[in-house]
Design a protein around this ligand. Sequence first.
Ligand SMILES: Cc1cc2nc3c(=O)[nH]c(=O)nc-3n(C[C@H](O)[C@H](O)[C@H](O)COP(=O)(O)O)c2cc1C
Length: 155
Amino acid sequence: MKTLIAYFSWSNNTKTLVERINAGLNYDVVRIERATPYSSDYDTCAYVEAKAEVTSKTHPEIKKLDIDYSKYDRILLFFPIWWYTFPMPIATFFEGLKGYRGKVYVFANSYTHDPQYMVNSLRDLRSIDDQIDIHEGLFNKSVKEHLSFIESEER
Ligand SMILES: Cc1cc2nc3c(=O)[nH]c(=O)nc-3n(C[C@H](O)[C@H](O)[C@H](O)COP(=O)(O)O)c2cc1C
């Protein structure tokens, strides 16, 4: 089974999680980045840029990814929660998967643990493209739990 990990990370918690999970797996990894980077200042990023984007459901341009998704049986999609759902570059990435026939697993992390965040994320992804085979992954779990989940789904 061929697996791709795609992730978005602003303050690198998700990046670190992905790197630790993938240390022994060595899946292909791609980082999703907004074409115009968010401010490195938390208040500007959170309260101005991200908030405006989430509120208006704007899907910002992302850096071009030269990937043939059809090569992969599954995509593990990792992101931090931004304003109760996924960061909007994830929306742009997800739109770019149009026609993808494999499985997409969703993994989120956040500062506070509100189970509704995963519910919102799955709902909002499905509203972008309800033809993609989305699966709930894990929310705020350890590296070990991710490894056992990813292995158990490899069937
Ligand atoms: C723009 C922005 C919005 C956020 N919104 C939420 C939120 O709604 N709920 C929450 O628990 N954490 C929220 N956080 C915290 C992040 O989800 C958390 O710190 C995450 O681990 C950051 O991942 P990263 O380092 O990969 O960017 C937010 C952070 C940012 C920067």
